[in-house]
Design a protein around this ligand. Structure first.
Ligand SMILES: Cc1cc2nc3c(=O)[nH]c(=O)nc-3n(C[C@H](O)[C@H](O)[C@H](O)COP(=O)(O)OP(=O)(O)OC[C@H]3O[C@@H](n4cnc5c(N)ncnc54)[C@H](O)[C@@H]3O)c2cc1C
Length: 447
């Protein structure tokens, strides 16, 4: 039998799986359909300005332990900026400035003190944050925990006031689950709060790439895999996974080439995976079929170059507007003397922007900006690039949680990974990397 392991998909999950295998001396071959690696987290160079544009600004957090290990192993850590302690500056349309600035205290007191000092919250709102711990304990004690609850139901039951919900928790929910609190899964939000805010002070700080997403990790990951004898083929679409007597035996590529394998790790989204599976196999993997039909949630990124600087902070969170985040690329990337001043505006769960004309999208974003920063009224737009990722993540509702499959399948040498699988986390980079490394581990254990 052929000795190599095939990994299908060159996003974070696939690259992490392949790197983990090759690092342990496994012969590995990765196939990626597109000409470039990176999946839903990539960047390209804008012809007009020479700037790297991400398909959407991504942020990591200190609690992304598997991602940070992966990036360290491939030699990419130096391209990251780590906040010393969690700090998020907020702006709102009344031009009130406020910050969640956590002092260097042990968790969870750092977050608690941070919230108690947020100027945009009333005394009542601030005090309601003290009930959060009780909400977490109560959920842990309940038999079904938070399984059926939405984020808003859980936040209400945990005594969080309307003010703290709209000025803090809604923004956190949208940023981490890409879904509105009325629909988002409480279970996943609770996991984010536990891992990011309550476990250890260093886990809650934000971590941002100083370079475009592709420059952060794709070449380094390829190099790491190839240096151990593995191979990475882009522009190579897997058309079919081949099964034989209860096992996988290889793949057929779009061009007709057949490649044998001792095991296969899928690291593609559920719709792509189900298209590769024979009908009979799909019947034995009902969770894949159900996940294929899940709704997705879009993320909109509007990149605008202005003739003057408009923001001093590296990024700000917004409250009460369409746009939820502004990232100041002048501060985040080293842009040298490139054209203009580059801001990137992000809208999670951007359903109200889907299929809208370019001028309308730009108009809505600029209108938000002018409400926040009066000087923006005088500023000239030099250039803009709009990116709508329609299927940015699966829509993460309480219903979704129960159907995400784990890594093991009824086929002994076939494993699943990807942000949509059951990672216990929202569909994020950390979920993707964790799932890829976990699938690689199980595969090597000779499951
Ligand atoms: C705009 C945007 C903003 C985001 N912001 C954040 C953030 O701030 N923080 C965060 O943690 N996460 C964020 N995410 C989510 C994060 O990008 C994803 O969770 C992660 O990239 C998913 O990785 P993956 O490897 O599971 O899947 P993917 O990245 O989708 O990778 C799957 C790969 O499989 C390939 N493929 C598909 N079919 C085939 C085939 N037949 N043959 C070979 N290859 C195939 C695809 O081309 C793709 O490269 C964001 C996502 C988007 C879109």
């Amino acid at each position: 039998m052929d000795e190599k392991v095939i990994v299908i998909g060159g996003g974070f999950a696939g690259l992490a799986a392949a790197q983990s295998l090759s690092r342990s001396g496994e012969p590995v071959m990765l196939f990626e359909r597109k000409p470039h690696l990176g999946g839903r987290a990539y960047s390209w160079v804008d012809k007009k300005t020479g700037d790297e544009i991400d398909n959407g600004q991504h942020f990591l957090m200190g609690c992304y332990t598997e991602t940070l290990s992966f990036l360290k192993e491939i030699g990419s850590t130096r391209k990251l900026y780590f906040q010393p302690d969690l700090r998020i500056d907020f702006l709102d349309p009344d031009r009130r400035k406020s910050s969640l600035a956590c002092p260097p205290l042990p968790a969870p007191f750092h977050v608690l003190f941070g919230i108690l000092r947020m100027r945009s919250l009333s005394v009542f709102d601030r005090l309601s944050s003290l009930l959060l711990g009780w909400g977490l304990v109560r959920s842990a004690l309940r038999r079904n925990g938070t399984d059926r609850e939405t984020a808003i139901e859980w936040l209400r039951s945990a005594g969080q006031s309307e003010g703290i919900r709209s000025r803090l928790w809604d923004i956190v929910t949208l940023a981490t689950l890409n879904e509105r609190p009325e629909r988002a899964s409480a279970k996943l939000l609770v996991e984010v709060i536990r891992q990011a805010l309550l476990s250890d002070r260093s886990k809650s700080r934000m971590v941002i790439s100083r370079v475009g997403l592709s420059s952060l990790y794709t070449d380094d990951a390829r190099r790491a895999i190839e240096s151990k004898g593995g191979s990475v083929r882009s522009d190579a679409s897997v058309q079919q996974i081949l099964f034989d007597e209860g096992r996988v035996r290889g793949v057929r590529l779009a061009g007709g080439e057949t490649i044998a394998a001792r095991a296969i790790i899928s690291a593609v989204p559920a719709p792509a995976l189900s298209a590769m599976l024979p009908e009979k196999v799909l019947e034995r993997l009902p969770a894949v079929g159900r996940c294929r039909d899940l709704k997705t949630s879009p993320i909109l990124s509007v990149n605008i170059w202005f003739d003057r600087p408009l923001l001093s902070q590296p990024f700000v969170g917004l409250h009460g507007l369409d746009v939820q985040w502004i990232f100041n690329k002048d501060r985040i990337h080293s842009r040298g003397d490139r054209m203009g001043h580059f801001l990137s505006f992000v809208v999670s769960n951007a359903t109200s922007f889907l299929d809208r004309p370019r001028e309308e999208i730009l108009g809505r974003v600029l209108s938000d900006l002018r409400r926040l920063i009066p000087e923006a009224k005088e500023a000239k737009v030099l250039h803009s690039v709009i990116v709508m990722e329609r299927d940015a993540t699966i829509s993460q509702t309480p219903d979704t949680d129960s159907i995400r499959p784990g890594p093991v399948t009824p086929y002994r040498n076939f494993f699943l990974s990807g942000d949509w699988t059951d990672t216990g986390l929202p569909a994020t980079i950390e979920g993707a990397v964790r799932s890829g490394r976990r699938a690689a581990r199980i595969c090597m254990e000779g499951h």
